[in-house]
Design a protein around this ligand. Structure first.
Ligand SMILES: Nc1ncnc2c1ncn2[C@@H]1O[C@H](COP(=O)(O)OP(=O)(O)OP(=O)(O)O)[C@@H](O)[C@H]1O
Ligand SMILES: [Mg+2]
Length: 215
């Protein structure tokens, strides 16, 4: 399990996620961000880990939080929370169910909408009007909705979904994400009029000085 915000809430890493939460809260005081897609330029850069831990800290601060697994190609959020991957978003999109099949997590205030069965055309599904309606429905039940999504440079899913939400957070990994990939991802999102809220650096070397100072 990689939910350090649950397993070790007093660790510097968990503290870093709380700082990220605070920064997001201050980002737009007049129009608080209520829907956020987390993505990265390339695969395996820590998107799912980041969005899950961010969701835990949001929920821990008392906000009604819904985490949606929109990485329909490599869904992983349900595994992080030890829950089944179905039913989920795709069942809802296929109108097999009218109520979102939200699953309770081990965290108070945090519900998960898993991916559901893998569709043949994830980008089309995420771009559909059905997804707008699903987001509206979820909004009625949550203060904030966080979406996991595939990498920007691999497929259009994150860009398509990003255009439907308040903003996108880009995850970049120290020592891994290439500068030109990050630049390219930013360009793709901006071209599609997606609002990039910021970037978060994972796997950064520990700054023992700061950690020691705050004890
Ligand atoms: N901050 C971190 N420090 C070290 N390892 C990490 C960190 N975040 C994630 N990892 C590890 O990196 C791997 C990929 O993480 P994760 O699944 O979150 O990435 P992803 O970008 O969602 O991948 P995918 O493209 O497959 O969806 C996992 O094994 C995870 O445990
Ligand atoms: Mg992932």
């Amino acid at each position: 399990m990689n939910l350090i915000t649950l397993t070790d809430p007093r660790s510097p890493v968990a503290e870093a996620y709380r700082t990220l939460r605070t920064n997001l809260s201050f980002y737009s005081l007049d129009h608080p961000i209520r829907s956020l897609v987390v993505t990265s330029p390339m695969p395996d850069e820590g998107k799912s880990t980041t969005v899950a831990n961010l969701a835990v800290t949001m929920a821990q601060s008392g906000r009604r939080t819904i985490l949606v697994d929109c990485d329909l190609r490599r869904p992983r959020l349900h595994t992080l929370f030890g829950l089944p991957g179905e039913p989920g978003l795709t069942n809802l999109a296929l109108a097999e169910t009218t109520q979102p099949p939200l699953q309770k997590t081990a965290v108070e205030n945090l519900l998960l909408l898993a991916s559901g069965p893998q569709p043949p055309n994830p980008a089309d599904l995420l771009g559909s009007r059905m997804i707008d309606r699903i987001i509206e429905t979820l909004m009625e039940q949550a203060d904030i909705i966080l979406f996991d999504a595939p990498p920007v440079l691999a497929v259009t899913d994150a860009t398509v979904l990003g255009a439907k939400v308040d903003g996108v957070l880009l995850v970049v990994t120290a020592g891994k994400t290439r500068r030109d990939h990050a630049t390219r991802a930013k360009q793709i999102l901006e071209t599609a009029n997606v609002r990039i809220i910021g970037a978060t650096l994972t796997n950064a070397p520990k700054d023992t000085g700061v950690g020691a100072y705050y004890g």
